[in-house]
Design a protein. Sequence first.
Length: 266
Amino acid sequence: VPIERQEKWHYFADHDVVYWRSSWADDATAFAFKAGPPEGHATKALLEAMPDWRLSSGHAHPDAGSFIIWSHGRYLTGDAGYAGVPLTEHHNTVVIGGRGQGKEGGGHDVFADVPYDRLDRIRIDGLTVDAKHLTLIADLAQAYEPEVGVTKFQRKFEFSAPGSWTITDDIALSRPQVVTSYLHADETIVKRSESLFEFGAGQPVLSASVSSTSPFAAKIEKNIVVAPGPPGAVDKGQAEDRGLRLAISTVKPVDRAGFSLRLSLK
């Protein structure tokens, strides 16, 4: 696991998660990106070595390709937190034809009975990083069940200091479907135009510019999560309102989608 610590910036990276922060000061900017199997790549070898082991991944969420951004003591975009019924739409990633990753929606463990050999192919394929720039490529297609029909999902995540990100998706499907990319906010989302939005109520705000290779519509909506229930009924919790989200969808079913999100601190 490589760890780099310079005088004014820090990053951590493995095959599942990349984390970067500008400093340890109160006004630092930090972000993290996740793309990997629910229990990490090392688990594949352990499962092969211990065939009597019955893996349980109830605490893992269907969130491959998701990211969070923190600056000046506040989350500017992230996920909805721990859920009794984890869903991909609670994270900054993509839903295909209304279907998220794994076997979401059927209970607390969305990866139950999903072959780990396939999940192990979710990965960060490339990473370059220095004090001012970061670029990574993630392969996310195997996060979705075969019947969803995702034949390609490559997400490119780029950062330029002090506070600019570009997230580019290249998605191919075996049949036309509506594709939706989500971006979340704990506080507010303000619409400036059909393709420009601002996240956050203080300083700084996160400006989000949206573009796509296909006609799209962007909608601000409540982010409703089924919270964890009591022991033995963790997927039977109450619905909770956890902030807002921007849902960016192709206006009609497509078999190829290309979203681009340009985010910047203002």
